[in-house]
Design a protein around this ligand. Sequence first.
Ligand code: AMP
Length: 472
Amino acid sequence: MLKLYNTLSRKKESIKSKPGKKLRLFVCGPTVYDYSHLGHARTYIAFDAFVTFLRSQGYRVDYLQNITDIDDKIIRRAKEKNLPPKSIARMFEKEYLKDMKSLGISSVNKYARATDHIPEIISQIKRLLKKKYAYEVEGDGIYYDISRFKEYGKLSRRTTLQAEDAVSRIDESIKKRNKGDFALWKLAQHRTTVSGAGFSEPSWNSPWGKGRPGWHIEDTAITEKRFGAQYELHGGAKDLIFPHHEAEIAQMEAISGKKPMARHWMHTGFLTVNKGKMSKSLGNFVTVQNFLDAHSPRILRLLVLKAHYRSPIDYSENLLLQIEQELQRIDEFINKIRNPKSEIRNKPEFQISKFKTQFKAALEDDFNTPKAIAVVFDIITKGNILLAKGNLSKTDSKTILNFLKEVDEIFGFIFSKEKKTVIPLNILNLLDEREKYRKEAQWQKADTIRKKLLGQGWQIDDTSQGPKLKRI
Ligand code: AMP
C-alpha cells in the first residue's frame, strides 16, 4: 500500500485514493519572468516521476499546475526590457513548457494561468469579505485577516505572532490589521519607467477598483474551479510551505468551511550549490537550456531521482561525473543483453519477481526512488555475473529488458532517447580535407573549409581529442 510523508501531520500516511480511483494533484507552477533553472527542474522531475508511477499502479491522476503570469517580478522584468508584462509572461511560459518537454515531462493534465481566472479570484475575495476574513484598506487593496483564521500556521507549525515574515511581494501596507496579513487584491498604481515613458501595471476591473490579484489567491481560485473545495494532494518545493501554502489553506478553508483543503501535502527538497538554494536572486543558477546544451536530459533525471524527493541535492561537477558513469554502466549492460557475445544457455535462471517486488515496495514507501534505483543496479550486478558465466538465457535477457522498459516509463533515464546525428559523407570528407590543410599549416585553406561547413549547418569545435562536428 502506498504511503507518503504528509507535511500537514508530519507522518507517513496512506493517501486517500486507491488504484482505479481518481486522485487530484495540484503542484505550484513557475512564475514566468525568466528561464527555468535546475532547481525548478528538480521539483518538476520529481513530481513527473511520482505521477507516472501512480498511473502505472492504476491511479487516475488529474495533475494540475498553475502558471503565475502576473507578479511583481514579471512587472519589474517588463520595465527593464521596456516590454508589456504580458509579452514577458507569454515568452517565458513558452520557454518553460519547452524545457519541460526537453526533460521528458509530459504528465501534467492542465496548465492554468492566473490571468485566465480573474472572475474566479474575484468571486473568492467577495466570499472572504462576506465572511469577514478579508477587509479593505482604502486606496490600497483587500487583505486577508490572519487573526480570523484560528488554524493559521497549522501546516508550517508557526503561530500568527510569527507570521510577520509572510510579507512578500505585494503584501506591504502600513494600514494592515496584522503584520502577517497578505494581499488578496492590490489596487493599480500608476508608475513610470526608467526611460520615463508612462507605465501602467496590468490591471483588471473589480468591485473594489482596477487592480490585480495577490499571489496566494490565484491557486485556490484555480483549484476550486477544477477540483472543488477539497482534493487529495498538493505539492511544491518546501520554500512554499510558508507563507504560500499556509495562505492557501486559510483562504480555501475559510471560504468553504470544509477542511482539509488538501488531504495530503508533499514538499520537495532544494537543489543547492555549495549547500545554498539554487535561485535567480542568488545568481548561482544553471538554466535548463544551458544544461541541456552540454548534457543529456537523462543525466538530470537520474541526478534528481537518485535522491529522495524530500532530501536536498548539492549540485556539482563531481556529482555529474558520477551520474555519467552510472548511466554508462546501464548502457553497457543493456548493450550486452541486447547483443550477447557468446552463446547463452537456454534455461531461465533469473528471478525477476523478487526485484520487481522490491522496486514497487521502495516506491510505495514514501516514493523512495534511491532505494528503487538501487534495485535496478542490483539487477545489473546479478545480470553481469550471469553473463560472465555464460549463464543468462535469452528468456532472462528479455525478462530483464522488459522490466527495464517499465522502469524507464517512470524514471525516463534507462534508455538513451537521443537520436545519433548522422554526418553525411561529403561533410566528413570536407572535415578530413581541413585536417590535412591544418597539418600542413595551410591555415587560410583550412579556414575556408570551416566557413563552408558552417554555411552547410555544421560547426567545428577543435577539442583536445580532435575536431568535433556539431549540427547548428
Ligand atoms: P518559482 O518560479 O520561483 O515560483 O518556482 C517554481 C517552483 O520551483 C516552486 O515550487 C519552487 O519552490 C521550486 N523551486 C525553485 N527553486 C528551487 C530549488 N533550488 N530547488 C527545488 N525547487 C525549487
